[in-house]
Design a protein. Structure first.
Length: 405
């Protein structure tokens, strides 16, 4: 296990209680402080004895790789998307497709580390609040670990594919009257009373696994640092984790520049974008967020302040896109590159297109869009926003006419 400690991001206090998710002194978020000194003598190729995936980067992770709970997460494709780039005006565009993870989303990266840590401390029950992907991932990893699992979902606000996964993997699924923020409040109360071990991204171990997406991108680009990395932003744990990984690589001397981190939110759920536009370091929560992109429909993002710091520190940007722009980008990615993503994932592509049009992104930049989840997470949206099957008679003439033959 890599040497580390838990500290408060705000006051710097060292935390010993493994069940806490905020500082008992000031209420600040907790983060993992890694001891990176041993890594300064290493080079990226030293890690290549292990196949690409989350656990290739075990020296950067606060968990024992010999006791890991893993279903072979990570190692997802980084697609060079020339056709899509030509369409939206970016000459060197890549898509990191996180939908290829075992449960179909980037959440598996954090969950392998989080559940491994839960086992290390002897937890018996794990739980989370979720808009869908977190619950699907936690249910699978809890099943692998032999742990009981409880997931709290906003009533009527979870896509069918994600709900089906949580049920399939054997989690106890509880439907909460209210939005994600209310579900998170309930599960945090249960965690505070030690009834379960909380594995939302407020848990400091979860983002540590999510760092690996940045390490993989660097590996796949042979450490040619992209100019910009664009991510969808909901609860904001992912962009914060990518920022932490960048800072760690810079500290040990593996990179000499940092990519501009750019966060994209849906227009109906954009507290971080509003803060960025006002040049504020903190955000004002939104009470009733609404967007077709259910995975980022979060009005009070736990890691919102960390996300803003990530954007400011790297000279990045934040903007919002409409639901219509999200669906158009989802279709564009599928029809230009054959890559299927859920609506929230397509926000990064929609944001890239918009920022080119705004002049924020230079067409000569090397850009990586992170697409966080598989298209089949939300099949209902795909069916409702695409052409229905065409009814045809048995005769070939009508079919030939439809096909333009």
């Amino acid at each position: 296990m890599a040497p580390h400690k838990i500290i408060c991001r705000e006051c710097g206090r060292t935390i010993e209680d493994q069940y806490l998710d905020t500082c008992p002194s000031c209420g600040g978020l907790l983060v993992i402080k890694m001891d990176l000194e041993p890594l300064k003598a290493m080079r990226p190729k030293d890690l290549h004895k292990v196949p690409i995936g989350v656990w290739r980067y075990a020296p950067f992770l606060p968990a024992d790789p010999s006791a890991k709970v893993s279903i072979q997460e990570g190692g997802t494709p980084l697609y060079k998307c020339s056709a899509l780039g030509n369409e939206i005006g970016i000459g060197d565009l890549h898509v990191k497709y996180e939908g290829a993870n075992p449960t179909g989303s980037f959440k598996d990266r954090g969950m392998t580390v989080g559940v491994s840590h839960a086992m290390e401390i002897g937890a018996k029950i794990v739980g989370c609040a979720s808009t869908g992907n977190t619950s699907a991932s936690l249910a699978a990893y809890a099943a692998k670990a032999g742990l009981k699992c409880a997931v709290f979902l906003p009533s009527g606000k979870v896509a069918a594919g994600k709900l089906a996964q949580a049920m399939f993997f054997g989690a106890t699924v509880l439907s909460v009257d209210g939005n994600f923020d209310e579900a998170l409040r309930i599960v945090r109360e249960l965690a505070k009373e030690r009834h379960l071990y909380l594995l939302n991204s407020i848990n400091p171990y979860r983002p540590e696994g999510q760092k690996s997406v940045l390490f993989e991108i660097m590996d796949q680009l042979s450490y040619e640092v992209p100019d910009r990395i664009i991510l969808p932003v909901g609860n904001a744990g992912n962009i914060s984790a990518v920022h932490k990984a960048i800072m760690e690589l810079e500290e040990i001397g593996w990179i000499s520049k940092v990519p501009m981190l750019t966060g994209i939110q849906a227009e109906g759920s954009m507290p971080i974008v509003r803060a960025f536009n006002s040049k504020h370091d903190d955000f004002i929560p939104e009470e009733n967020p609404e967007t077709i992109a259910t995975a980022i429909r979060i009005g009070n993002p736990v890691s919102g302040r960390k996300a803003l710091k990530a954007i400011y520190d790297t000279g990045g940007h934040a903007t919002s896109v409409t639901d219509e722009e999200i669906i158009a980008a989802q279709k564009l990615l599928g029809r230009k590159e054959g890559v299927g993503v859920e609506p929230a994932s397509a926000a990064s592509v929609a944001g890239a297109k918009k920022l080119v049009e705004m002049g924020v992104i230079d067409k000569k930049e090397k850009v990586v869009c992170i697409c966080t989840g598989n298209a089949l997470k939300d099949p209902d949206t795909i069916i409702s926003t695409n052409q229905s099957p065409i009814r045809v008679s048995k005769g070939l003439l009508g079919i030939k006419n439809i096909l333009g033959l």
